[in-house]
Design a protein around this ligand. Structure first.
Ligand SMILES: *Cc1c(COP(=O)(O)O)cnc(C)c1O
Length: 361
């Protein structure tokens, strides 16, 4: 089976981890600091604060802005559930805007419709490695005085009008093994706001700046030096990883064009897309689920991101969500992600493309 995702861990990562283990300092230490400095530089932001997951990055950033009960945060339902859950953790209410049909990213026009006097923040998600429309979103934020927290968990290295994602508002990234780069589990917050950086640092470690002096309620969200050591090595490779993803995408876009019933990814001209996923839509006679099962029978792995939008999840229904968000709901029925990760060979790419044509063509 050609897997849908596969982390690339080389001898460099093994050596880096071994070095940390031998040093005796295995929790948060100098490696985490070095990783933060390097990641801030990578995104062109003033500060980066490493935590133990992308979810923790979202949660801590929302708390740092003081969001809580009575506040509304507008986000997309077409994302991993962590995006909206992080809002629930704080006691604030996630409010869902629909997505654009072409990019699958949050639709600025729908955001405007969902703004109420309680709206405090927007969480755009840069889905599949392509930036949301940060021009329109930053204009709305300025106009309505809203906080922007970018969920860049799938978009390390992605740009909008030449600027790195995670540098428009506050950025949150995940380093889970299936992402464009990994630390095993891990996450990071990027910001140009000194106050936010200071607060998330405290929230990461039980609300303390000084050991055993607790100025606010916090958690243990710390990254380990073991994880940071992997991250430092991976950060040196992310440029190559992303270039390979982009080339793989080019191959598919060329070899799969003009097949009836198959809609290929749309790249917004303003975006540097890093193809965390290569996601197509299946329309017409064949059902998406038939295509998935045929591909899997032919040993081609697939992903469906996401089969159920967040507002339709059982837990959200229990909370009383019953929005109609037709573009998201349709996308959930039609999308298939093909393997695009950098460990694929040319022969893998040919197989994936040939099998898909065989099924649909
Ligand atoms: C992976 C992911 C997260 C959560 O990151 P974890 O490190 O798994 O907690 C949040 N949002 C999106 C869009 C993601 O893809």
């Amino acid at each position: 089976m050609i897997p849908i995702a596969k982390p690339i861990i080389g001898e460099d990562e093994v050596r880096a981890v071994t070095e940390v283990l031998r040093s005796g300092i295995i929790a948060e230490g100098q490696k985490v600091k070095d990783f933060e400095t390097a990641f801030a530089k990578y995104t062109g932001t003033s500060f980066a604060v490493a935590v133990n997951s992308g979810t923790a990055a979202l949660h801590a950033t929302l708390l740092a802005h003081g969001l809580g009960p009575g506040d509304e945060v507008i986000t997309t339902p077409f994302s991993f559930v962590a995006t909206a859950n992080s809002v629930l953790f704080t006691g604030a209410k996630p409010v869902f805007a629909d997505i654009r049909e072409d990019t699958f990213n949050i639709d600025p026009e729908s955001i405007v419709e969902k703004i109420t006097p309680k709206t405090k923040a927007i969480i755009p998600v840069h889905l599949y490695g392509q930036s949301a429309d940060m021009k329109a979103i930053m204009d709305i934020a300025e106009d309505k005085d809203l906080i922007i927290i970018e969920d860049a968990c799938q978009a390390h290295g992605a740009t909008f009008e030449g600027k790195s994602v995670g540098s428009f508002g506050d950025g949150t990234f995940s380093f889970y093994p299936t992402k464009n780069m990994t630390t095993s589990e891990g996450g990071i917050i990027t910001t140009n706001n000194k106050d936010v950086a200071e607060k998330v640092r405290m929230i990461r470690s039980h609300g303390s700046k000084q050991r055993y002096l607790h100025e606010m309620l916090g958690f243990n969200l710390r990254m380990t030096d073991i994880a940071a050591a992997i991250g430092l090595v991976q950060l040196g490779k992310i440029g190559d990883f992303n270039r390979t993803r982009i080339n793989n995408a080019k191959y598919f876009t060329k070899s799969l064009q003009k097949i009836k019933g198959l809609i290929l990814p749309h790249v917004d001209k303003r975006c540097g897309h890093v193809f965390h996923q290569y996601t197509v839509r299946i329309r017409g006679d064949l059902s998406r689920d038939e295509v998935v099962s045929s591909l899997n029978k032919m040993d081609v792995g697939t992903g469906i991101y996401y089969p159920l939008p967040i507002h339709k999840q059982p837990y959200y229904k229990e909370l009383g969500y019953n929005d109609s968000l037709p573009v998201s709901e349709e996308a959930s029925r039609e999308v298939i992600s093909l393997p695009i990760h950098p460990s694929l060979t040319m022969s893998h790419l040919e197989t994936i493309s040939d099998k898909l044509r065989e099924i649909i063509g």
